[in-house]
Ligand binder design. Structure first.
Ligand SMILES: [Zn+2]
Ligand SMILES: [Zn+2]
Length: 417
């Protein structure tokens, strides 16, 4: 097209003949033809050239078309309101903590229609969409006031301009905090668990708490995090989960806490760690807190961690050596059909999972209790490895011994990898 000037001027005339149009909207139709200038400057230059041609030819019709209008029919005067959009957005941001931002625009139906009407005449070969220019120009104004940077890929906050409603809404990027947790008591689920009866609304069954359990690892940890980040809520992502009645000991289990709508992003994680641990009493301990990224949640969820368990079982009537030998028979590939106790939330499948090693840690006939150390692959259900789950898990300790055995206490002592 460059070098084909008459055609370009024809196109510019066609744009002008559609109605009175501002320099922004005129220049934007040719945005892809010259870079390093604003649409407004480009539009003004085109208007100037056409004005000179009109003077030479004394073309009254063209003269009237190139007049700079009071109100542009395409943008409806929006580019005269860039300042007020920028200050509206800055008001909305208030004292939110952010380093980078991005402006987005939800166009009104009228403006979208106007733009499409114009493109029917001019085509879109050289044009830039109206909302791109709005985003950029409002962004430039905000950057000059705040000294903050525009970030197109991962802004801390997106300011969404709603043209019809003349409002600005914010989308604040979540914060992610990685850590490991230990759960030192039994009877606490990992994540908040809404009442099955009322699904959180509150009913007699849940004593109007809306929950199956009064507290969870997730809720215990998040109280201080929500405070520190002045956030709306959190979402807990664990690297697997232990049973409610199992403790999580050793170095703890990796987790990522997603902090939703944080108004503060600069958080002293060392101090936060101390605060969380004070708040959780002796129930939960977090360690190793550090900042994480969104993509790490997927990695955390996908990673298969080998586990080490300590399982306590009753041992009256079982010979110590018999038990030790039986453990060798379950140190192998285990065929495990989805346990009956989790069938309500997991599909009924048979999986192969390996038990890497077993060890009889202690054996006390007088206490009627033996402790077995089991190192196994991720996804193996240890309670069923012991009980056999009515033959759904094989081999199992109960199956090898030929007696009923059930775990009385279970601890996770290591989540590896
Ligand atoms: Zn305009
Ligand atoms: Zn309920």
């Amino acid at each position: 097209m460059s070098g084909d000037n008459p055609a370009l001027l024809e196109l510019a005339r066609a744009v002008l003949s559609e109605g009175l149009i501002c320099d922004h909207c005129l220049g934007r139709q040719f945005a892809k033809l010259s870079t390093g200038t604003t649409n407004r400057e480009r539009g003004a230059a085109i208007r100037l050239v056409l004005a000179m041609i009109a003077d030479m030819g004394d073309d009254e019709l063209l003269k009237s078309e190139i007049t700079l209008p009071k109100r542009c029919w395409v943008c409806n005067g929006m580019f005269e309101e860039l300042d007020s959009w920028a200050s509206r957005a800055l008001d909305r941001l208030g004292n939110l903590e952010y380093m980078t931002f991005l402006v987005g625009t939800r166009m009104s139906g009228l403006l979208s229609e106007n733009e499409e009407l114009l493109w029917e005449t001019t085509g879109t070969d050289y044009a830039e969409p109206l909302k791109s220019e709005t985003n950029r120009e409002v962004g430039k104004l905000m950057a000059s006031v705040t000294g903050k940077e525009v970030d197109f890929t991962e802004p801390d906050v997106v300011c969404l301009l709603d043209i019809s409603h003349e409002t600005v809404s914010l989308q604040i990027r979540s914060l992610y905090i990685y850590g490991r947790y230990q759960k030192l008591v039994r009877g606490i689920p990992q994540t908040r668990w809404y009442c099955r009866e009322c699904r959180g609304a509150g009913c007699e069954r849940c004593n109007f708490t809306g929950k199956m359990y009064p507290e969870s690892v997730d809720e215990l940890i998040s109280v201080k995090v929500i405070e520190a980040a002045d956030a709306a809520d959190t979402t807990f992502h664990g690297a697997g989960r232990e049973d409610i009645d199992a403790r999580m000991l050793g170095d703890g289990r990796p987790f990522i806490l997603e902090v939703n709508d944080p108004k503060k992003r600069e958080i002293d994680l060392k101090m936060l760690e101390t605060e969380i641990n004070e708040y959780c009493g002796e129930k939960v301990i977090v360690t190793n807190l550090r900042s994480a990224e969104h993509r790490m949640v997927k990695e955390l969820k996908a990673a298969a961690h080998d586990k080490v368990y300590l399982a306590t079982i009753p041992c009256a009537g079982v010979n110590r050596d018999t038990l030790a030998w039986a453990l060798k028979d379950i140190t192998c590939e285990i065929s495990q059909r989805t346990p009956v106790r989790v069938l309500h939330r997991r599909s009924d499948l048979t999986r192969m999972r390996r038990v890497h090693s077993t060890l009889l840690e202690s054996f006390s006939e007088s206490d009627d209790s033996a402790v077995i150390r089991i190192e196994c692959e991720a996804g193996l259900y240890v309670k069923e490895l012991i009980s056999g789950d009515g033959g759904r898990t094989a081999p199992s300790l109960a199956g090898v011994l030929g007696v009923d055995v059930a775990v009385t206490a279970l601890d996770v002592v290591a989540v590896k990898g």
